[in-house]
Design a protein around this ligand. Sequence first.
Ligand SMILES: [Cu+2]
Length: 571
Amino acid sequence: MYSLKIWELVFILIGSFLLLLPNESLSSPLSSSDPSSYTNFLEKRYAEHHEFYEYHEFHDSNEYHEKSYNIKITKGPYAPDGFKRDVYLVNGQFPGPPIECNKGDVLVINVENHLNEDTTIHSHGIFQRGTPWYDGVPGQTQGGIPPHKKFSYKFKVDQSGTYWYHSHSRAQYTEGLLGPLIVHDPNDPYLHEYDEEIIVILQDWYHTDSKTLLATFLSPESEGNEPDPDNGLINGKNSYNCSWAPDGSKCNSNAPLAKFKLVYGKRYRFRIINTSAFATFIFSIDDHPLDVIEVEGMITKRHTVHRLPINIAQRYSVIVKADKPKKKYWMRSEMESACFAAPATNLNPLIKAIVEYEGCDNKNPSSTAWSDDVENCVDLNAKDLKPYKPQKVPKVDRKIEITINFKPDENNVTLGYINNSTYKIDIKNPTLYKVFDGVKKFDVDQNAFILEKDGEVIDIILKNEDAGEHPFHLHGHAFWLLGTGVNGTTLDYKKLNTKDPIQRDVTTVPAGGWAVFRFIADNPGVWGFHCHIEWHVQSGLVAQFVELPDKIKKLNPPEEWKALRYKIKEY
Ligand SMILES: [Cu+2]
């Protein structure tokens, strides 16, 4: 029998203690500037069909549990699809590593900004109840984190599901400053209906930096046509036809695709996140049906689809059974380029990854795509999604009508308008600071809606006069999606679904159509409401809800946050 020597025991004790330390530093080759040393965390993690995190290691929900992450933001050369360019890296990784916690945890994100520009981190979909200063929106909830400075976000997470974090500063997230944020729930009703989890990050990808793209987009020459992506990625990977790249580019046409290894007989929860700047996708895995069980934090009744439309910033969890013949299959993320304003050239809109069973042969997939028709440029039909548990939807108190459109300004630059007002970011003096000062009126270009009554039930009636569709996102809340419509902006209030609507935080407002969102004004804060097409954020299709200002003023924001006011003067 093997007996422990005393020094071994000491090592084990120290080791166990280190394991118990909540501060999880995501290791990274930060000292290196060699791009080949950068890691793709998602791939590394799932290459060995790894046990997923500690989601089964839930602690007592009554105890205080803090989970903290250190993230270092840098910029460096990287070639996700074989085309080399400068990208943003989080801990030297692209896309950024997953941030995970359990429901009820306090999440701490310590950000080190190693860039020569300011940045922010927004935890998309997290309500920030009691901590509105940590929502990470420059101009609305905080001054940016200055170059080479640190800032910590610390907030309680009383929700669960699939989220993501991303910079909300300029268009940084479109160049890689993003990652998944997953909140596990010991009481998830589906917890025992899958064996492992797999995160799938879909994104569109540009070979030109966002500053250059924005300069063109926000000039008369673009006529409001958004820049089309050059490519798309799955978990930060794809290949590219380098004959399309400009002369002198550093480009390798044989960049590898993402791979997902499955074990026959296991059931997987795929958490799919569209982190694009512009593109909506239709996601599928050949021969494998997808059972939708979660929409942006809301657990739904199982609903089986073969092809899943997913617009920007939307998330779905689907359960996939690995019960098909042991071979390789294509995972497909079809970019809906039909929704683009200008036709894309030199773009392969079919983004693929490989799903392979353990022990299958080495041949490339020869599987064929599902043939189900999916309507272009609209969401998965909300009528097919039902909350897992029945909910009572409160009656409306106040209706806020918002009309959106695009038109040229006095310089002939096409901008986005919310009720005829294009948003101008106040980078020096963001709204939440003003609220603490007692400011009650905001400039017209702040597109601020003030919600003063605690518990008031608000309906946003969004009318889209534009010929394109817009995925709208509300911060600080999930809203009940009461309905959407195409063919005109008039709607019949009596036909809205107030019986069993889903709640989510991003919905596509169809081209020339409408959508109605309901939420309860019970979360003191300044909450952004904007189209999540990043080019439209930059062209002013942004509003904000100043919610319960009297209650905001009773909160105690941290000194570190106060110090960020006026720090960033130019944007
Ligand atoms: Cu938009």
